[in-house]
Design a protein around this ligand. Structure first.
Ligand SMILES: C[S@@+](CC[C@H](N)C(=O)[O-])C[C@H]1O[C@@H](n2cnc3c(N)ncnc32)[C@H](O)[C@@H]1O
Length: 309
């Protein structure tokens, strides 16, 4: 399992989850099942619903969780389908939900999936290969305005407009089908061989990945659903790896903690919204120096936990 993906903050997540025998839990992003396995080892008497939109991850999780067949339910679905899928399994409420967002090391390392700008592959970037829409479609079909928006909004890229223009120029000559082809186009704007140009390529590729997999929309929907599904005292844990995701989590928790959305000057509340959660982690929890040394991909992790009232 360790070559597929090393779980981040696995013990910390297990402690925050406060697993109870007989409880029902969700691992919304099972991947290679590192967190699921740690949960089951800590408290084997739970029911665990494991989601992933990547069929390969579900197969890997199945093999890694083979000692716990009775306790687990593996579901190949995006986590935005969590409510529907749990309802189909006659589960109306749960004791805890974990989101370990983003892509696994395996997905990143497998050149053919097209997530990396330094390994030649088709511009794919789909986490779920049954989905039709891929990075090649975005790069060749989106308007200049749309490309600029994607790079600016999802990559927070300063040169978004110039890169969008360069893509339009290049695709007038021939379709852009390969990762290295796109990397060269980005280099024509940002230069090559410098730290800054490397970061620009990272940001543009990240933006395309977020667009292809609708990652922010997925998170918004599923986080609301998770809060709704939790039993009183149940916890939602979200581990994010970039500021856009972390902002969504922080704001969604804040809104759910505040309840009322009436303007501050209004004396009497008429929205009727009550606080639904208490935020347990006032500041996000990150990986320790030791964990970062052992697993550099844990560096950017930010864990935020909220508890249902
Ligand atoms: C960081 S990895 C999770 C690793 C896992 N916790 C482990 O210990 O092996 C993220 C996983 O979430 C999946 N994923 C990302 N977005 C998803 C979504 N919207 N719905 C379902 N799965 C998703 C990815 O396919 C990937 O396998």
């Amino acid at each position: 399992m360790s070559t597929y993906h090393t779980p981040v903050l696995a013990q910390t997540c297990t402690e925050y989850m406060q697993l109870q025998p007989g409880g029902v839990y969700v691992d919304a992003t099972v991947g290679a099942a590192g967190h699921s396995l740690t949960f089951l080892q800590a408290c084997p008497q739970i029911a665990l619903y494991c989601f992933d939109r990547d069929a390969e991850a579900i197969a890997e999780a199945k093999s890694n969780l083979q000692d716990y067949e009775e306790q687990i339910h593996l579901i190949h679905s995006p986590f935005s389908g969590m409510r529907t899928q749990l309802a189909l399994n006659k589960v109306a409420s749960v004791d805890g939900v974990l989101f370990d967002l983003g892509v696994s090391s395996h997905q990143l390392d497998e050149a053919a999936r097209g997530f990396s700008f330094d390994r030649d592959a088709r511009l794919d970037m789909r986490m779920d290969d049954s989905q039709a829409y891929c990075a090649e479609d975005v790069v060749n079909d989106a308007s200049e305005y749309e490309l600029k928006r994607i790079f600016k909004e999802y990559g927070e890229e300063q040169q978004a407009g110039r890169i969008a223009k360069a893509i339009l120029r290049a695709r007038n000559d021939e379709p852009i089908r390969r990762t290295l082809q796109l990397a060269k186009i980005i280099e024509s704007v940002a230069g090559s061989g410098t730290r800054e140009s490397l970061k620009t390529k990272l940001r543009v590729f990240q933006a395309l990945r977020i667009e292809v997999n609708k990652e922010l929309e997925e998170l918004e929907t599923a986080l609301n659903d998770a809060i709704m599904l939790l039993k009183p005292g149940g916890r939602v844990l979200v581990m994010s790896y970039h500021s856009l995701e972390d902002r969504i989590v922080k704001n969604r928790y804040k809104e759910a903690e505040r309840g009322c959305v009436c303007p501050p000057r209004q004396m009497v509340c008429n929205c009727g919204l009550k606080p639904r959660v208490k935020v347990i982690t006032k500041r996000p929890v990150g990986a320790s120096e030791e964990e970062i040394a052992a697993n550099p991909r844990s560096r950017g992790a930010k864990l935020r936990v909220a508890e249902k009232l």
